[in-house]
Design a protein. Structure first.
Length: 405
């Protein structure tokens, strides 16, 4: 095998939900590859996708700081959350992860019920960022455990949401069908007067309503039964209609039911769009070279091999997930891409159609989800070493065939 063929290996993973952050996955893959190919130049770049660890990645890249804050958690209890104030030229920009205040990881398995969880703490983090001096707030939508349409976040921000009897709507998606009036007059002044640029970095494929809406697609992952999915779907349709009827003038023509990203984070996209938030494809926001401090496309162009990763690879991967974004960028330069995953679904091979050339699971033997989570770092290291040895073997076979011709 020619020594120069794999001189530069680029690692571009997302995190493994409820297990490893993107930074931890990147470092574990790097360790495994180094064991198989110690002479290679390996660049490991964790990809911020709006979910867990996004604020930490961007704070580190811009020499910013993490600010801790106690807020209302998804079950209504006080929790320790955080957000980032970026550094340098971006010192007036805050980055908030929805997951920090309303993440699925914050909800014990036996208490997962999206009918009752709230986004209230997300609104509290937005207020904290405003009080910290932020003029622009990037809200990363990912890894959430909520399905309340952003109702809780709006309530935390001063929006009064009431039923037919003028009573405040309680926490949770269970009560979306009861909304009758939305009053924005109490909205925090900076947002009421559009002094703050509020940007939601989200998956544009996630919409609020319909058969491909957030309830049927994501609510089961958050603990919803079939009956609850039906109830949430009906609730979101009612919520979208109420947002349309009770709109602020600036967003009178917005499509709350089927607009791009309205279903992000359990419908938070739709709720915050009602107060003027911009819903933007997450990688357009988060992967700019100004924030990252490097040009990702140039890093890809220099690489001989690219390895990406996510917790589960299935046909949802095609819809705005990190491996799909990496593959699309790599295709511009005809670069080979391999994807590692915690699990491979029965339809995982669909990713071959988007420029991922090989896929591999980190699990080498049957094990429970809990075991996989507990051993995930070592599993990623071992899988990366096995993967790279297979790549090296394949290249040796190809070179011997070439020499024999």
């Amino acid at each position: 095998m020619s020594a120069h063929v794999l001189e530069n290996i680029l690692i571009l993973p997302s995190g493994f939900k409820e297990s490893l952050t993107a930074t931890q996955v990147a470092q574990a893959i790097k360790i495994g590859i180094s064991k198989a190919l110690p002479q290679a130049s390996i660049r490991a770049i964790p990809i911020p996708d709006g979910g867990e660890h996004t604020a930490f990645i961007l704070a580190q890249q811009t020499y910013g700081r993490i600010i801790n804050k106690t807020v209302t958690g998804p079950l209504g209890q006080p929790i320790d959350a955080h957000f980032a104030m970026l550094g340098g030229a971006f010192s007036n920009i805050a980055v908030i992860e929805v997951a920090a205040a309303a993440g699925l990881k914050l909800i014990p398995f036996d208490k997962r019920n999206p009918m009752q969880t709230t986004s209230y703490g997300v609104g509290e983090l937005i207020i904290a960022a405003i009080n910290e001096g932020a003029r622009k707030i990037i809200l990363g939508c990912g890894d959430s455990g909520i399905s309340d349409g952003g109702m809780g976040a709006l309530q935390a921000l001063g929006v009064k949401i009431t039923d037919h009897s003028q009573r405040d709507i309680p926490y949770g998606g269970e009560y979306l069908n009861q909304v009758n009036q939305i009053d924005y007059s109490g909205l925090v002044p900076q947002l009421h007067d559009y002094q703050i640029n509020l940007i939601l970095a989200l998956n544009p494929f996630n919409i609020l309503c319909g058969p491909k809406g957030v309830a049927p697609v994501f609510a089961p992952q958050k603990g919803a039964s079939a009956q609850q999915v039906k109830q949430l779907s009906e609730g979101f349709e009612h919520w979208a209609e109420q947002l349309k009827m009770n709109h602020r003038n600036a967003i009178s023509h917005f499509d709350f039911a089927y607009g791009m990203g309205t279903g992000a984070s359990g419908g938070l996209g739709a709720g915050l769009a009602a107060i003027g938030a911009q819903l933007c494809p997450r990688f357009d926001v988060l992967l700019g070279k100004d924030l990252l401090g490097y040009d990702l496309d140039q890093e890809i162009k220099r690489a001989d091999l690219i390895i990406t990763a996510e917790g589960a690879i299935d046909c949802q991967t095609l819809k705005g997930k990190v491996p799909a974004e990496v593959a699309a960028r790599a295709a511009q330069f005809n670069k080979p891409v391999i994807a590692l995953a915690g699990t491979l679904a029965h339809d995982a091979e669909c990713v071959y159609d988007i420029g991922i050339h090989a896929i591999s699971s980190i699990m080498s033997s049957p094990m429970s989800l809990q075991q996989a989570i507990e051993q995930s770092e070592e599993l990623v290291i071992q899988a990366s070493e096995r993967l790279m040895k297979s790549v090296i073997l394949g290249m040796k076979i190809a070179e011997r065939r070439k020499m024999a011709v």
